[in-house]
Design a protein around this ligand. Sequence first.
Ligand SMILES: Cc1ncc(COP(=O)(O)O)c(C=O)c1O
Length: 461
Amino acid sequence: MRAHEAGALHGDIGNRGPAWLRPPVDVNDLVPQLWPRNVARGAGGALAVAGLDVRDLAAEFGTPVYVLDEDDLRARSREFRDAFPDADVYYAGKAFLCRAVVRMIAEEGLFLDVCTGGELATALSAGMEPARIGFHGNNKSVAELTRAVDAGVGRIIVDSFAEIDRLTALARERGVRPRVLVRVTVGVEAHTHEFIATAHEDQKFGFSLAGGAAAAAAFKILDEDVLELRGLHSHIGSQIFDASGFEVSARRVLALQAQIRDARGVELPELDLGGGFGIAYTTQDDPATPHELAKRLRKIVDGECAAEKLAVPHLSIEPGRAIVGPAVFTLYEVGTVKDVDGIRTYVSVDGGMSDNIRTALYDASYSATVANRVSAAEPMLARVVGKHCESGDIVVKDEFLPADVQPGDLVAVPGTGAYCRSMASNYNHVPRPPVVAVREGRARLIVRRETEDDLLALDVG
Ligand SMILES: Cc1ncc(COP(=O)(O)O)c(C=O)c1O
């Protein structure tokens, strides 16, 4: 086993937990904003999703398993679409992508943002209309660009001068005029509850605004006139709760829009403000609704456009986490329970950092509950950990579980729809879990579990 500086990484807080974490009045309670809308305690106190008992799901599909409340995902997609009726809402596929989800978001009227050839292939193979796909990436290969151009992808978000050259050559060769946005690095980086508006030019994505590269990229595209420049794009970060980051970003990007108009007499018709809208992982998180977000973003864009005397451009946004994150929970089975006297209790489950790397990678916080029953036992501060050979293999750093939690219990962790399955690995040769979509009392496997044969299939010799 490799020692990991878990104490340093996660803040060693002993048996107290973080200051905000309080023992619940009833350890069996579900905090509604943390769970998909169709999850509740059903017969015998076990969790049920859209009428299906999680014990039956575990028996049929095994554990760990990602359980998707399909109606929840669809409702979130519709909420965004309805909140932004004159905008294009691109679901950011990096959060979680498979063919079934592509079809769900398409049926709900969303567009799709992809950022690699693999994501593009998944989208196309699911029948996503190419014109409704936006293609991102800071290092798109010629092969990926060729595929996107040949498929007729609706927007390519160009990220570098090398990419502009590649795409220009490709467009000339193919006799087409791809529609592009220029990704602008606006010097704002927003994460969680705060944003910082200094020094974030230092990153691999996009054209620097402050350094003049963004303007130069727009001028180059306009002057060569092989690509159709539709607008500017900015994405400032993830898990954002504070609209002020968007305000600074919109102000800067619209100032560039005005600069382009003044220099070339062209008003770009579109503006993409990216994604990054926060969700609730714990009771500490209080995300805005899509309608509140829409109101704030509109106000910001309208205000900045009025100040710059620009016509309000057609908006797009790219939420990923906010659509799929809260619609999924992961169901695990408890294998061992270890009490480290006076410090904490480790509850080991049959997955871990291979199905949810976010805790180890970002120090992310999650919640959990015992899912197969209710308990009359006292709340006990527990740490839910995985089965990997890494002491940083933590799924939920601190959560109150009933003191009688035991091997064989099911533990459910909500909010795992985004950046969990899509970032899953085979560390320790653990096969990746399946994804099961549940709707109106029926469960449908949409991504199957990997098998040991799958793992061995790549070994040659
Ligand atoms: C360009 C772009 N758009 C959208 C997103 C989606 O972000 P989120 O899932 O936080 O909404 C990302 C995430 O990294 C991104 O890089």
